[in-house]
Design a protein around this ligand. Structure first.
Ligand code: ATP
Length: 236
């Protein structure tokens, strides 16, 4: 089966600083892959390359078998790659429903807004309860859910989730992972970048460990438990 996402010997740099050295991996349709490693090893850079935000200096990136190396991020988005980060991207002075409607209109057209809202409220019940609230007045965790809902309702082919649990209360992290699980059930493949690996190992089939810009280990989640526990002391 053609992978939905593939890196072939990807090298990436910020100016003279090389952050990735020949990283290769594939993400199969419907698969969930965890990318783990300690601070500064290049995980975010892999996520950025996967969504076109960083262009490799060598190697190539394929989406559903198509070489996308050097394409603009919007082309990656059109090819079905969605990128969610720990950053919050909501309009503080609009309500929850207005925030959602704006992005749904872009991806689903005017008529799709209603069904998009229904899906978002089903995935994130807390947003349904807060639909009339100004986004800027919600907690950090709720704002992150709102920005996640905007991405997820597109049911992307691939979701690149970069450190989504960062700074969130454990109960919110658990909800977030439930949502990721459901999204996977809808057929989305997941590339989960995490430093706290507990939830990621539960959700994912396979694990890649990154070290100083290179893949140092890859294997199944079951095999990874020992390896990764030693390396990062995960919070579970
Ligand atoms: P963390 O878990 O701390 O976010 P990471 O594994 O995601 O780390 P990256 O953010 O990919 O790592 O960074 C890899 C290396 O590239 C780091 O040494 C970092 O300092 C460097 N780097 C990242 N972004 C830039 C940038 N915009 N300009 C210069 N160097 C950068």
């Amino acid at each position: 089966m053609t992978p939905v996402l593939e890196f072939r010997s990807v090298t990436a740099a910020y100016g003279p600083f090389r952050a990735l050295f020949g990283v290769s991996y594939t993400l199969a349709p419907g698969e969930a892959l965890a990318l783990v490693g300690s601070n500064g090893v290049g995980k975010t850079t892999v996520a950025r390359v996967a969504s076109g935000l960083v262009v490799p200096t060598e190697g190539s990136v394929l989406v559903a078998g198509r070489d996308m190396t050097g394409s603009k991020p919007y082309r990656f988005a059109r090819a079905g790659v969605a990128h969610a980060t720990e950053g919050r991207s909501v309009f503080a002075t609009l309500t929850v429903e207005e925030n959602l409607s704006l992005s749904f209109r872009r991806v689903r057209g005017r008529r799709g807004v209603r069904s998009g809202l229904e899906l978002a409220y089903e995935m994130f019940p807390v947003l349904g309860r807060r639909r009339g609230q100004l986004a800027g007045s919600m907690s950090g965790g709720e704002q992150r859910m709102l920005s996640m809902a905007r991405v997820m309702v597109e049911i992307p082919k691939v979701l690149v989730a970069d450190e989504l649990s960062l700074g969130l209360a454990p109960i919110i992290v658990a909800e977030l992972y439930d949502t990721l699980r459901r999204l996977r059930g809808e057929g989305t493949s997941l590339l989960i970048v995490e430093q706290q690996v507990g939830h990621a190992l539960d959700l994912c089939d396979r694990v890649i460990v990154l070290d100083h810009g290179s893949v140092s280990w890859t294997g199944s989640s079951a095999e990874a438990t020992g390896v990764v526990t030693q390396a990062f002391d995960p919070v579970h």
